[in-house]
Design a protein around this ligand. Structure first.
Ligand SMILES: [Zn+2]
Length: 307
C-alpha cells in the first residue's frame, strides 16, 4: 500500500515537473522572441523599412526551424518601398479537412523611429505588436511539435504595414496560400503583453465577441476568452482581422490591451511587458487552437454580425 502511494506521488510529481518545465520553456522562448523583435537593433520595425524586413526574416527563420511544411517571405512592392509578410503553413493530416485552414496572424511592423530635437526616438512596439508576433511564432512551435499534425491546415502569418493601413494583409488576401473560401477562422493576436485591468488578470478578450459563435465556442474548449470590455474603442475594426472579416471570414482579434497612455508611445517597450502574463496568455490558447485546428466545427457569423 505504501509502495502504491509512493508510486502515485511519484507520477503526480513528474507530471507537475513536466508541466513546470514546459512553462519555463515557453517563457524562455517568449523572452527570446521579444528580446529581438522589440530590440533597439530593430528600431521599431517601421512599416515597409529594412527593419521590418529583418523582423520578417526572423519570423521566417523561426518557422523554418520548426519544420513547417512551407515557409515564405513575401516581398510586396509599394510606391514608397516594399513591405514584407512572413507566412508559414502546417499542412493538415486529414485528407478532407486539410483543405480547410485556420489562420493565426499578427502584425510585424510598428512605428519605427522619429527625429526629435533631443535626437532619434525608437518606438519599440513591444506590446504592439511584438507580443502578437511572438504568439504566432510560439503557436507555430507548439503545433509543429505535436506527434501528428492537426487535421486542418494551419496558416501562420505575420503581416507588414498594418500601421499604415494593412498593405501586407491586403497582399495576403490577393495571394492566399489556400483559397480564401477555405479559411474557416482567423485569430489575430494584438497586444497581449500586459493584463487588462477591465477583466480578470487570467482572462483575454476577443474583439467582436457578439458577432459570431467563435469566442464562446473557444471558451467552451478552455480558452480564457471573454467579450471585449472596450466596445467604444472599436478594436474589432482596428486590426488586420477586419479586412478578412469583410471578405466573409470569421476573423477576430485576441487581446488583453493594458497599454493605456503608452499606446503608440516610445514607452511601449520591453520594460513594460509582463512576461509571465504574455507567456501564459500564449499557453492558455494552445489547447483551444489545437482543438479548433483538428475539429470539423466551423464558426459562423450571427445575424447582422458580419461587417
Ligand atoms: Zn497593433
Amino acid at each position: 500500500m505504501l509502495r502504491l502511494r509512493l508510486l502515485v506521488l511519484l507520477v503526480l510529481f513528474s507530471a507537475a515537473l513536466a508541466h513546470a518545465q514546459a512553462r519555463s520553456a515557453t517563457l524562455a522562448n517568449v523572452r527570446g522572441d521579444m528580446a529581438f523583435l522589440a530590440s533597439d537593433a530593430l528600431r521599431g520595425r517601421g512599416s515597409a523599412t529594412h527593419d521590418e524586413l529583418v523582423a520578417a526574416t526572423y519570423v521566417v527563420s523561426q518557422f523554418q526551424s520548426f519544420g513547417l511544411d512551407s515557409v515564405e517571405l513575401q516581398r510586396i512592392p509599394l510606391k514608397s518601398g516594399a513591405t514584407f509578410n512572413a507566412v508559414g503553413l502546417l499542412r493538415g493530416s486529414d485528407p478532407v479537412l486539410s483543405r480547410q485552414a485556420i489562420l493565426l496572424s499578427a502584425h510585424l511592423d510598428h512605428l519605427g523611429t522619429r527625429s526629435t530635437p533631443a535626437g532619434e526616438v525608437i518606438f519599440h512596439g513591444a506590446d504592439d505588436d511584438a507580443s502578437g508576433t511572438t504568439a504566432v511564432i510560439e503557436l507555430a512551435r507548439a503545433l509543429a511539435a505535436l506527434p501528428s499534425h492537426p487535421r486542418r491546415t494551419v496558416i501562420f502569418a505575420c503581416f507588414g504595414s498594418e500601421e499604415t493601413g494593412g498593405q501586407g494583409d491586403g497582399y495576403f488576401l490577393q495571394h492566399p496560400p489556400l483559397p480564401l473560401s477555405s479559411i474557416v477562422a482567423n485569430l489575430e493576436f494584438e497586444m497581449i503583453g500586459l493584463p487588462d485591468r477591465a477583466v480578470q488578470p487570467t482572462q483575454l478578450w476577443l474583439t467582436g465577441w457578439e458577432r459570431s459563435d467563435l469566442g464562446p465556442t473557444l471558451a467552451a474548449h478552455g480558452a480564457p476568452l471573454v467579450a471585449d470590455p472596450h466596445p467604444n474603442e472599436h478594436f474589432f475594426q482596428r486590426s488586420d482581422n477586419f479586412a478578412l472579416a469583410r471578405m466573409g471570414i470569421v476573423a477576430q482579434t485576441v487581446s488583453s490591451y493594458g497599454l493605456g497612455a503608452h499606446y503608440h508611445q516610445p514607452t511601449d517597450n520591453l520594460d513594460r511587458i509582463d512576461f509571465q502574463h504574455l507567456s501564459q496568455a500564449i499557453e492558455w490558447m494552445i489547447a483551444p487552437v489545437q482543438w479548433l485546428s483538428s475539429s470539423d466545427w466551423k464558426p459562423s457569423w450571427k445575424p447582422g454580425g458580419k461587417p
